[in-house]
Design a protein around this ligand. Structure first.
Ligand SMILES: [Zn+2]
Length: 721
């Protein structure tokens, strides 16, 4: 109460000090961009502390949100009351018959009234989000809490230009995922994440609640799942090296806390989809109940990243009943119409050797065929059995696209993560599909090429631009098949994300691009305009103290070219081509004058595995040389090591070569940092027309999880002087 009296006083001061021409003006260029904005020349609606919010019965919570948002931005709470006839102020109402689809809304702004009309309460909520995002935010209000009061003074009143905004979503399913298993995320932070989803008009929150590295949901029938399974006794350091910390890590959500979270999300028109990932990614559960695994253990809550080979025993009836119990209890807690049952990355090595699993294959009469193994079909048996448990309670299952490998239940919704191919195949077979391809929508990947300046993450390169260009409706599908693409989602896995600020940094502003994809049609996209609209959104981020990445506003200028040298842009051939995935424009990348930058898949490196890079450069005329230099990338967790050796050979005719230099390079160890390194070799001056550079790689060393396999080398820009 004190606060509102204070604001009444200061606003009176402001009114006397401020002329109307100076009032800040709302800007409807927000994200996602509304479908239709038609403004007119009428005198703008003036929003101030006296503005009243009138709401129809059933929209009280929406009215509260509006009042809270205005308070966050302007510094005063709007008074609210149930709807009366034709009042002046802001009016919230639901008129389903005025709309063609759910979640649609329309805002009409006149000099005296702002009406937010929705097809349903969710539509009204999105209209409120649009109004909230349109309000002018002072630069000062966001930068320093000491200045907050002053800055809010400057925005006490604002003008809303008159006109009409009409808007509705493209996709009914608009989601984001979060993984609190690899690193636990406290409940309060999850609530902030839900606030972020609400701000971006999303309606599905995919909550990944179980994995090898930690079990996160209280299950009353199996208390050990959280007593033991929620904690691990250390975590691998860096990209899956052989060093571990000894810090106990973990945490879990009680069912009461989850009910509170579900209510919190529901008020924001967000459904929470719980995921119990099975039959793989179950090592934390096995650590509690080792009899549920094929070998009987012992198991520990996993301290490494990656995919554990220890999975649920599909041949053990006790295991199946355990999973059914867990799913039933999860459904007791979560009212979600969708239940995610995982199905990804389930190695079959244990099942191949397990007498129980093999007996089950016999009992079920499962036969391998030319497409899938018997064990693949055994996984289908598990997934379909659990789908029935879910469907018996009127819910639908979602699974990762691996569940297509076998004979998946027709009603399962496929979440296409390994590219869009799984989604395309599934849509053709008549499954509903959610597109979440790692190529465009894995927000745990780097968003800058300058990885040395970024907080460490899993790898990859996924800038905002790439998210923004994603087309969720593949052209390969007919319009009828395209109707099976029910939505789009981005995922955040947290192996390398230990703190919530980092989750936010990875999400923002890529979430802006995601919401444009989810809400709008592809033909309505314009990246330049999008970046400008993002600028306004970052003011909101600062107001709410959200951490965000600012790469799109500060395009980096790379000092990324090399000085012209004998090799630059000369004809170059490779005795053996790079790996197909990492060929890009081919050999010419190696001497185009541009240095390799960013992650291994940035398109700026050629990748080789199991054989050397062997390049022949035609200098076009005899030249004297004594120095060869190149760069290589080291990312040991991704199986990329430094080269083992470089050899330089020369030739006058391009046929017969003689060696002029050879240099061995010691292998990078886990104590050495990853990154981009230059390698040089000097030799006695020699004159020749052709130069051959042979760069060999190591095999992965004993202390690497991939021991025995060849390491990758990623090389760019060979210089000859
Ligand atoms: Zn088994």
């Amino acid at each position: 109460m004190k606060k509102s009296i204070l604001f009444l006083c200061v606003s009176a001061l402001l009114l006397s000090a401020c002329t109307k021409e100076q009032l800040p003006v709302a800007n409807y260029d927000i994200i996602p961009q509304p479908k239709e904005v038609q403004l007119n020349e009428e005198k703008p609606f003036e929003l101030d502390f006296k503005t009243l919010v009138y709401y129809e019965s059933g929209l009280q919570r929406e009215a509260q949100f509006l009042s809270e948002y205005v308070n966050d931005i302007m510094g005063y709470v709007l008074q609210m009351q149930e709807y009366q006839s034709q009042p002046d102020g802001i009016v919230l109402k639901v008129v389903p018959e005025d709309f063609d689809q759910a979640e649609a809304y329309e805002i009409n702004i006149t000099p005296k009234q702002v009406t937010i009309k929705g097809a349903d309460a969710a539509g009204v909520f999105y209209g409120i989000q649009t109004l909230r995002k349109s309000l002018p935010i002072s630069q000062l209000s966001t930068s320093n809490s000491q200045l907050t009061l002053n800055s809010k003074l400057s925005t006490l009143n604002s003008q809303l230009p008159c006109g009409t905004i009409k808007d509705y979503p493209k996709f009914a399913y608009r989601g984001m995922h979060l993984d609190p298993c690899r690193h636990f995320i406290p409940l309060d932070s999850v609530k902030v994440y839900i606030d972020m989803l609400a701000m971006h008009n999303m309606n599905q929150f995919h909550f990944h609640l179980s994995d090898d590295q930690g079990w996160r949901i209280e299950i009353k029938k199996y208390p050990e799942l959280t007593e033991i399974g929620a904690y691990r006794n250390g975590t691998v350091i860096g990209h899956n090296g052989n060093l571990y910390d000894t810090i106990r890590h973990g945490g879990f959500y009680t069912q009461d806390e989850l009910c509170d979270l579900i209510q919190y999300a529901s008020e924001r028109h967000i459904n929470i989809i719980p995921e119990i990932d099975l039959p793989g990614h179950m090592q934390a559960a096995l650590a509690c109940y080792p009899q549920l695994g094929c070998t009987g253990g012992p198991y520990e809550v996993w301290k490494r990243w990656g995919v554990s080979e220890d999975v649920l025993c599909a041949g053990n009836e006790e295991t199946m009943l355990f999973v059914e119990d867990v799913l039933n209890e999860v459904m007791d807690v979560f009212p979600s119409p969708y239940i995610h049952i995982g199905g990804d990355e389930c190695p079959k090595v244990r099942w191949e050797k397990c007498p129980k699993c093999q007996a089950k294959i016999k009992e079920l009469g499962i036969k391998k065929d030319d497409k899938f193994t018997a064990e693949d079909y055994l996984q289908s048996y598990v997934m379909n059995r659990m789908a029935k448990v879910v469907e018996a309670r009127g819910r639908r299952v979602i699974g990762w696209d691996e569940i297509l490998e076998g004979n998946v239940s027709e009603t399962a919704i496929i979440m296409s993560w390994r590219g869009t191919e799984g989604g395309i195949e599934a849509a053709r077979k008549g499954h509903d599909v959610i597109m979440a391809p790692s190529s465009h929508l894995y927000f745990d990947y780097y968003q800058s090429e300058d990885i040395a300046s970024e907080p460490m993450c899993i790898g990859g390169y996924l800038p905002v631009e790439r998210v923004y260009e994603f087309q969720p409706l593949p052209e390969e599908l007919t319009p009828e098949q395209q109707k099976h693409i029910i939505g789009v989602q981005a995922n955040i896995w947290t192996e390398y994300i230990a703190h919530f600020w980092h989750v936010q940094y990875m999400a923002l502003p890529r979430m802006e691009a995601l919401t444009e994809i989810q809400w709008n049609n592809p033909q309505e996209r314009d990246f330049g305009a999008f970046v400008e609209r993002c600028r306004h959104m970052t003011q909101l981020y600062e107001l709410y103290h959200y951490t965000y990445a600012d790469h799109i506003f500060n395009p980096q200028v790379w000092a990324d070219t090399v000085e012209a040298n004998l090799a630059t842009r000369k004809p170059i051939t490779l005795r053996q081509q790079p790996a197909e995935k990492y060929t890009y424009e081919g050999a010419s990348l190696l001497n185009d004058g541009n240095l390799g930058r960013g992650a291994y898949n940035s398109g700026r490196w050629l990748g080789f595995c199991g054989y050397p890079l062997d390049a022949i450069i035609d200098l076009e005329q005899p030249a004297e040389m004594q120095h060869v230099r190149f760069h290589a990338l080291v990312n040991k967790g991704a199986w990329i090591y430094n080269p083992s050796q470089v050899k330089v050979l020369v030739s006058d005719d391009g046929e017969t070569f003689r060696e002029v230099a050879q240099k061995d390079i010691p292998i990078s160890t886990w104590e050495d940092r990853d990154g981009i390194f230059a390698y040089e070799v000097d030799f006695e001056p020699v004159t020749a027309k052709f130069v051959e550079v042979v760069i060999s790689g190591y095999d992965l060393p004993e202390d690497h999880s991939g021991f025995g396999n060849p390491a990758w080398i990623f090389v760019d820009e060979i210089e000859v002087r």
